[in-house]
Design a protein around this ligand. Structure first.
Ligand SMILES: Nc1ncnc2c1ncn2[C@@H]1O[C@H](COP(=O)(O)OP(=O)(O)O)[C@@H](O)[C@H]1O
Ligand SMILES: [Mg+2]
Length: 400
């Protein structure tokens, strides 16, 4: 699209518009907005055999390899000679300016937003004014982000596995996706996503690491491995608020929240911070549908979140000869959905590779993209995206 450089002569210097535009349009892999919009392109100079590019980055940016790669690709696609990309660090003053800019972009403006417009969360008003008035990018009505809270009646049903694979499947379909691992006592999402990078820092904001196209924040980044989280209510409430407010989420289309099992303080805090969240319940085929339904309904009522769908996990095992074995019984998901008056959105088979993929940090939708499970998650992702918007809180949702 941005070529037009074919005629570049041997001694041509300067900045053919196409190449400069292509560099400006590169979306920074950790800041989630185009470099040009963020004012980070310092120089684009097309020379005889090389294109010199200089990009400014904050010191706490942990995705520079990806950034350089993306810039090189953009330059090559524009038809210019190969890029030599130099990175320079922003000054402290420039960093704080960038922080304020990101806040204004994150708070309701959306990734499509070129600027903060009228009626949008006023980063300009709140951005630099201290912690008390930091905008919560997900509570605002103008937020472009759909928030999917993934819950379950109890632990071990595969809630985190479903969250991670659904998130990656959504990213594979081209959506911008974030995961908040709110299972603060049993965090597992960073390991399942194979994240080795720590969150970056920009002023008072955290930049979430990204893996398989999914950005994520988890308690796992902040407590040493093998150490239990001993925080209780108020501290956790504060931590969760920071996870939502002090993280540069970059206005993703979808934020998936891996809730802790059951109805606890953490879930209540989340619901308070993200009142627009939609609740999805993961269950297994053998679960006594009525009891799980009761729990899910209680959860939805307490959190005041609309119940949107059921996802059944470990539904069957397919043997090499194609025979399906329903190891854990059958019908749990559909009965639960019926009890709750919502849809059964998908059934995920039991596959050893799903477990090992989680252990190794390579979700099965990445390691076996053509396989049975990946197809299930792709379809689940499509169904979730296609759901009509929530209309009203359905207070009538009770177990019949
Ligand atoms: N469909 C599946 N097939 C095989 N193993 C699974 C499946 N779903 C989950 N597991 C495994 O079961 C265990 C519990 O899953 P996890 O996602 O951690 O559950 P939860 O978050 O509900 O506690 C993990 O070891 C996970 O790898
Ligand atoms: Mg879990």
């Amino acid at each position: 699209m941005c070529s037009g450089l074919g005629a570049t002569s041997d001694d041509s210097h300067g900045t053919p518009a196409g190449t400069a535009e292509a560099v400006a349009a590169v979306v920074d892999p950790r800041l989630f907005h185009p470099l040009g919009l963020l004012g980070l392109v310092r120089e684009v100079r097309v020379r005889h055999r090389v294109t010199e590019v200089e990009i400014a980055i904050p010191s706490g940016h942990h995705g520079t390899g990806e950034l350089v790669e993306a810039v090189r690709r953009a330059v090559a696609d524009s038809g210019a000679p190969p890029a030599e990309v130099g990175l320079v660090e922003l000054s402290e003053a420039e960093e704080s300016e960038l922080g304020a800019r990101l806040r204004s972009l994150g708070a309701g403006a959306g990734s499509m937003g070129r600027d903060v417009g009228p009626g949008q969360a006023p980063g300009g008003r709140h951005g630099a004014e201290g912690p008390a008035q930091r905008p919560n990018p997900f509570s605002d009505k103008s937020s472009p982000t759909r928030v999917l809270a993934i819950g379950s009646g109890k632990g071990g049903v595969g809630k985190s596995s479903v969250t991670v694979n659904l998130a990656v499947a959504l990213a594979q379909q081209g959506h911008s996706v974030a995961v908040l691992d709110a299972d603060v006592y049993g965090f597992s999402v960073p390991a399942m996503l194979g994240m080795s990078e720590a969150p970056g820092v920009l002023g008072e904001m955290l930049l979430p690491p990204v893996a398989h196209g999914v950005r994520c924040i988890s308690m796992g980044f902040f407590v040493p491995e093998d150490q239990a989280v001993i925080w209780r209510g108020p501290m956790l409430h504060k931590a969760l608020e920071q996870f939502l407010v002090d993280v540069h989420w970059g206005a993703p289309e979808l934020l998936l929240i891996d809730l802790p099992p059951g109805t606890g303080d953490v879930s209540l805090s989340i619901a308070q911070f993200v009142p627009r969240a939609e609740l999805f319940v993961v269950t297994t085929p053998q679960a006594a549908a009525e009891r799980v339904a009761q729990r899910a309904a209680v959860l939805a009522r307490q959190l005041r979140l609309p119940l949107r769908g059921v996802i059944e996990n470990m539904s069957w095992f397919t043997a090499d000869d194609g025979t399906r074995y329903e190891l854990f019984g059958t019908g749990g998901g559909s009965q639960l959905a019926e009890h709750l008056g919502i849809a059964l959105l998908g059934q995920v088979p039991l596959v050893p590779a799903l477990r090992s993929g989680g252990d190794e940090g390579r979700p099965i939708v990445v390691s076996d993209p053509e396989g049975e499970v990946a197809q299930v998650f792709a379809e689940l992702a499509r169904r979730v995206v296609a759901m009509p918007p929530v209309r009203v809180y359905r207070s009538e949702l009770a177990v019949r």
